[in-house]
Design a binder for this molecule. Structure first.
Ligand code: HEM
Length: 510
């Protein structure tokens, strides 16, 4: 085989060269996987047949059956670890609360989140090199954006009403609505009202921002198959990043030019306090004194990255909640009663939304029950790391937590296999003063937003939007799904999605 490869390189036949490159690549991968597997050989494997190239058969099995195989490992190795094959690497899964605590406490230079996410999403090529190397927008989301949710709330509420009127006008008779298509458009409008003001009403801008995430995922799929050195060229030739950055720039250039010009003149204190209080201003604050951040291209791409974090995640939350509620219609009335009485007392404010305890509990239970992924809280060991159970993870190991299995574990949750919308509201009633039981609280028992220092900084906005959207639906519509059956989720490896093609039937509330 090696001499055949050498011959083709010497004779220079292009087809043979391409075949040689492909063969060489798979040999390289095969050897690397064997070496990788030998450094992890003390860790039991799930779903991989014990014969040559079994890794690839196992990877295919895992693409098709990740939730079931992860559950199998969780049941077989309680409190322990096991590994499963992804297409391009092993994933080691840590079971149970104690090991989740280990992961939570580990510093970034031991177990790194960016390194793990990069190996899954190839962020440098799919989301922008500067945004990957200098993610200052994470801090903007965590601090300035989160502090401003209350101030931005009236606009978000206004946009909720307008978006539903435009996209889902309430009719007297039942009419079918493609749920995912409409929910993503509504989430994009509400989020972008907060991020860029009335630009959110421009359908093409909304298309660009919401398509970005899908394109990142699509490019990621084929980039997985390529060797590292070809990825930059392949992405620039066939990828989406340049197209989407240019499209976002076309939309944002006039706004950004004006904002930067005013910022040069006045800094953050414009005359009459006229500076818009939005994501563009907050990013410009974060970019002051950093020429690499402070230009139209970089700011436009960073806006796409912020949208990446927000749109599909919130959309999934709404869809899971909606599909689940549509087959548990007995919970609609108690939710409506709570929303109506809170709004009557407080009006539509962020403080009122925070008081909707049953709605919070229902949304949290929906995310516990249907977290939308089999494994999350991904990290990569940057050096050898020994867990509290004595297992050492060699440097380079990709690890994650089995969110689905852990959140359904009957030892953690009483009747964990049943959907119980008000379980957290009941816990709150009996909990000690000051206990945090709301949806935004992260813990080893509720992993939707991750854990520790890297836990999702956008979760306060996410939950506000989830509640805004669900309360609007509850108060204004009756809804149901065809035949009263919850539309099936779809899965590719660990990544699940609420059914993307299902229709939900809506009519004006009677
Ligand atoms: C229901 C909606 C959302 C879900 C389920 C979600 C989930 C997550 C998860 C699991 C992580 C990784 C945490 C970890 O590994 O410990 C994360 C990180 C992140 N999320 Fe979210 N997210 C949501 C909404 C948002 C929104 C609305 C934004 C921004 C506007 C956002 C911005 C981010 C950012 C910037 C990070 C990276 C944080 C860091 O590395 O320090 N997310 N999110």
């Amino acid at each position: 085989m090696i001499s055949q490869l050498a011959d083709t390189v010497v004779t220079g036949n292009p087809t043979a060269l391409a075949a040689a490159a492909v063969a060489g690549f798979f040999i390289f991968r095969f050897v690397r996987n064997l070496l990788g597997s030998s450094s992890l050989k003390g860790i039991p494997t799930v779903g991989v047949p014990n014969y040559p190239l079994g890794f690839y058969v196992g990877a295919w099995n895992y693409i098709k059956n990740a939730p079931a195989l992860t559950q199998e490992g969780y049941d077989k190795y309680p409190g322990g670890v096991f590994k499963v094959p992804l297409v391009n690497q092993w994933l080691v899964i840590l079971n149970g609360r104690e090991l989740s605590e280990d992961l939570k406490k580990a510093p970034d230079d031991c177990l790194s989140m960016p390194s793990a996410i990069n190996s899954m999403l190839h962020m440098e090529y799919t989301m922008g090199k500067d945004q990957y190397q200098d993610p200052y927008h994470f801090g903007v989301v965590r601090n300035t954006m989160t502090r401003n949710i209350g101030l931005g709330f009236p606009d978000m509420r206004d946009e909720t009403i307008a978006a539903f009127q435009d996209l889902l006008p309430a009719t007297d008779d039942w009419s079918a609505s493609p749920a995912m298509e409409n929910v993503i458009a509504i989430v994009s409008r509400i989020s972008n009202r907060f991020f860029v003001g009335m630009k959110c009403r421009d359908p093409d801008y909304i298309k660009v921002t919401s398509e970005f995430t899908i394109k990142v995922t699509q490019d990621t799929a084929w980039l997985h198959g390529l060797p590292e050195f070809i990825k930059p060229l392949a992405e620039s030739l066939f990828g989406h990043l340049e197209t989407h950055t240019t499209a976002a720039m076309n939309h944002l250039q006039p706004i950004l030019e004006y904002r930067l010009e005013m910022d040069d003149k006045y800094g953050p204190n414009w005359p009459n306090g006229d500076r818009p209080n939005d994501m563009i201003s907050w990013l410009i604050d974060g970019a002051r004194g950093h020429p690499m951040r402070r230009n139209i291209r970089s700011l436009s791409c960073t806006m796409l990255n912020v949208n990446f974090g927000a749109l599909h995640t919130i959309t999934q939350g709404v869809l899971h909640a909606l599909y689940t509620l549509a087959v548990h219609l007995q919970y609609v009335e108690p939710l409506r009663e709570e929303i109506e009485s809170v709004v009557e007392a407080e009006g539509w404010t962020k403080a009122a939304i925070d008081k909707m305890v049953k709605l919070d509990s229902f949304l949290k239970e929906s995310a516990r029950y249907e977290p939308g992924t089999a494994v999350n809280v991904l990290r990569r060991a940057l050096k050898d790391y020994t867990l509290s159970n004595g297992v050492t993870l060699p440097a380079g190991t990709l690890i994650g937590l089995p969110i689905m299995a852990q959140q359904h574990d009957e030892e953690i949750y009483e009747n964990g296999e049943s959907f119980d919308p008000f379980r957290y509201a009941r816990m709150k009633e009996t909990a000690e003063e000051g206990s945090n039981i709301q949806m935004t609280t992260t813990s080893t028992d509720f992993l939707l937003f991750g854990l520790g220092r890297r836990a999702c900084p956008g979760r306060f906005l996410a939950v506000t939007e989830l509640k805004l959207i669900m309360s609007h639906i509850l108060l204004n519509y009756d809804f149901k799904v065809k035949d009263g059956v919850r539309p099936d989720n779809t899965w590719i490896a660990v990544a699940g999605s609420a059914n993307p093609t299902a229709e939900v039937l809506f009519r004006k509330r009677r």
